[in-house]
Design a protein around this ligand. Structure first.
Ligand code: FPP
Ligand code: MG
Length: 328
């Protein structure tokens, strides 16, 4: 096992048993409806990611003293929705590798990837009807609605080099932070829990999730495919102006701005992220973006202060280091 996997295992040790149960539920839901579907869900079973969102459901449950025997199912539902969004996202981004394995649309085609994403999404909601309350379906239907709207807004904002920072955070928040917020909120409140715990954990998840997306945007710009384990450079390729680029563009003179716009838009240009790195110095933009990610992590950590100290609370705190230091 690689050191980064061992580090993640140590981080998630307080909920080891429930994580195993979550993986069992996931495996049940990835069982194929037909031989063709089974072929694809087997493939998905091979690209096991960090499962951080599911883990946050469990850690929030334990840190708030609210762990029930339904938490593992809620965590698996969150992971299924996440998986569905990734299968669709890779089609939208034209990515070819995710979690070091071929993306579904690259191994098969766009048609089946769209349908498989829909299938995973329906499996998630089917499972949520078996829970003792509607809370999980309510929170997650609102979250996925926001997530889709965020993706649509992101597509509508391509090549928008003067996007405001609050607008960037609103979109990044909707597409990524929302699911972390939902995971932490459901962990704290499923099926009981206090309104205060629920709202604190929601804020924790939102801020950690937003920091996660900012780091992801930096990795897409600067990381290499081998280390990150997924296609990189897709944001520039697709006209997405992410936080580090917004910072660099905002500070640049007109000649550099024109060169940046050219790299994003010139017909037939290959490896646009590499070309962008050659056109301008992205270091200051990356540093400012990471500064914002660090501030969000600190704020998220502050939300944990009102819960009693416990291994689960400590793990939620350490998720912050993991988010900031991850290279994949
Ligand atoms: C990742 O952003 C974004 C997401 C995982 C959200 C994508 C959501 C959709 C495509 C909507 C699908 C909706 C349903 C209900 C299935 P990124 O591209 O910046 O991150 P990446 O580097 O991991 O690809
Ligand atoms: Mg993507």
């Amino acid at each position: 096992m690689k050191p980064k996997d061992l580090r993640l295992m140590a981080l998630l040790a307080p909920v080891k048993g429930q994580l195993e149960r979550m993986r069992e539920v996931l495996a049940e839901e990835l069982r194929g409806d037909s031989p063709a579907v089974a072929d694809m869900t087997d493939h998905l079973g091979r690209f096991k990611g960090k499962q951080l969102r599911g883990a946050v459901v469990l850690l929030a449950g334990q840190a708030t003293g609210n762990m029930s025997d339904e938490h593992a199912t809620v965590a698996a539902i969150v992971e299924l929705i996440h998986l569905a969004t990734l299968v669709h996202d890779d089609v939208l981004d034209g990515a070819d590798v995710r979690r070091r394995v071929a993306c579904v649309h690259a191994r098969w085609d766009n048609q089946v990837a769209v349908l498989l994403g829909d299938l995973l999404y329906s499996r998630a909601f089917g499972r949520s009807t078996e829970l003792s309350s509607r809370l999980c379906s309510q929170v997650l239907s609102a979250t996925t609605r926001d997530l889709c709207a965020g993706e649509i807004d992101q597509a509508a904002s391509r090549y928008h080099f003067e996007m405001s920072l609050p607008e960037y955070e609103r979109i990044a928040g909707a597409k990524t932070a929302g699911l972390y917020a939902a995971a932490a909120e459901l962990g704290a409140s499923y099926p009981g829990g206090t309104a205060e715990a629920r709202s604190l954990m929601r804020a924790y998840g939102w801020e950690m999730g937003l920091a996660f997306q900012i780091v992801d945007d930096c990795l897409d710009l600067m990381g290499d495919k081998q280390t990150v384990g997924k296609s990189v450079g897709t944001d520039v390729e697709d006209g997405k102006v992410t936080l580090p680029v917004l910072h660099v563009y905002g500070e640049a003179d007109e000649a550099t701005r024109a060169a940046i716009r050219d790299v994003y838009t010139r017909a037939g240009l290959a490896e646009r992220a590499v070309a962008l790195r050659g056109t301008c110095d992205l270091t200051a933009g990356i540093e400012r973006a990471l500064l914002r990610a660090r501030a969000l992590v600190e704020s998220a950590r502050g939300r944990l202060a009102s819960f009693p100290t416990s291994p689960a609370r400590a793990a939620l705190d350490r998720v912050g280091d993991y988010v900031l230091e991850r290279k994949w």
